[in-house]
Ligand binder design. Structure first.
Ligand SMILES: C[S@@+](CC[C@H](N)C(=O)[O-])C[C@H]1O[C@@H](n2cnc3c(N)ncnc32)[C@H](O)[C@@H]1O
Length: 220
C-alpha cells in the first residue's frame, strides 16, 4: 500500500540516515558526472559567500567548503542537519534549520545559492513563487546553481505512480525498512528548464547529461 506522505519533509526526516547511499552507488557514469560537477562547483564558489539551501546530509556543502570563503547550510530537517554535522569540512559551515519557502536571511546576503536535488521536488504550480523567493537571496550579480536527476540516475526505482491535477509526477520510493512512499518527482527536458527559468533568470549555463542536469543562473 503506497502512503502519500503529508509532505516530503516527513519522508526526508526518515530517510536522513540512509540518504547518502545515492551518491555512492557503483555506477561509473553517475560517479563521473557527479565528480565533474563537483570540480566545476568548487571553481564556481571559490572565495564566495554561499548558501546551500536544502543541504540534506551536506554532500554538496562539503564540496563547496573546499573553496568558498563562508558557507551557510540550511535544511528544514533536524535529522538531515544532524547527518551533515558529522562530516569534516575544510571550512566548517554554519548550519541553520529553516524552511526554504521562508528563508531567514537578508536580501542580497549571498554571492551564490546552491540547491542540490531540490527542483525536481518543487510542485509545478509553485515554480514562479519559488524562483521569486530564491532570487533576492543573492546579490545583484549573484549566481544560483542547481543540480538534479535525469531518470537514468534514479536506479531501479523508477516507477511512476501517477500524476496530480497540476501534472506533477509521483514516484514510488522505499526506505531501507521497506516502508513505501509516493514522492513528487518531476523530470525536465532542457527546453522545459529554459522555459521555466528564463522569465526569472539569465541561464548562464545548462548542462544536460545522461544522469544529471545542472544550471547556473544569474538574476535577469
Ligand atoms: C533530495 S534532498 C537534497 C539534499 C541535498 N541538497 C543534496 O543534494 O544531497 C532534499 C532535501 O530538502 C529538504 N527539505 C524538504 N522540504 C524542505 C523545506 N520546505 N525547506 C528546507 N528544506 C527542505 C529535505 O529535508 C532534504 O534534506
Amino acid at each position: 500500500m503506497i502512503k502519500k506522505p503529508d509532505s516530503l519533509i516527513h519522508y526526508y526526516r526518515l530517510r536522513a540516515p540512509e540518504y547518502e547511499q545515492i551518491y555512492y552507488r557503483d555506477i561509473p557514469a553517475k560517479r563521473k558526472e557527479l565528480a565533474d560537477e563537483g570540480e566545476r562547483l568548487k571553481g564556481l564558489v571559490s572565495r564566495k559567500t554561499v548558501l546551500d539551501l536544502a543541504c540534506g546530509t551536506g554532500y554538496w556543502t562539503e564540496v563547496i567548503s573546499h573553496t568558498a570563503d563562508f558557507v551557510v547550510a540550511s535544511d528544514i530537517s533536524a535529522e538531515m542537519i544532524g547527518e551533515a554535522r558529522k562530516k569534516q569540512y575544510r571550512r566548517p559551515p554554519e548550519f541553520v534549520r529553516s524552511d526554504l519557502y521562508n528563508p531567514p536571511f537578508n536580501a542580497g546576503a549571498f554571492d551564490m545559492v546552491t540547491l542540490g536535488f531540490w527542483f525536481s521536488h518543487e510542485p509545478r504550480q509553485n515554480y514562479d513563487g519559488f524562483l521569486k523567493i530564491l532570487k533576492p537571496l543573492v546579490k545583484t550579480d549573484g549566481l544560483i546553481w542547481m543540480i538534479d536527476n535525469n531518470p537514468p540516475a534514479e536506479g531501479p526505482d523508477l516507477q511512476s505512480v501517477g500524476r496530480d491535477e497540476y501534472g506533477n509526477n509521483y514516484k514510488q520510493r522505499f526506505l531501507d525498512s521497506g516502508e513505501e512512499f509516493a514522492i513528487l518527482k518531476n523530470y525536465f527536458s532542457p527546453d522545459q528548464l529554459r522555459e521555466i527559468l528564463s522569465p526569472h533568470f539569465v541561464v548562464k549555463s545548462l548542462i544536460f547529461n545522461e544522469c544529471y542536469w545542472s544550471v547556473i543562473l544569474r538574476g535577469a
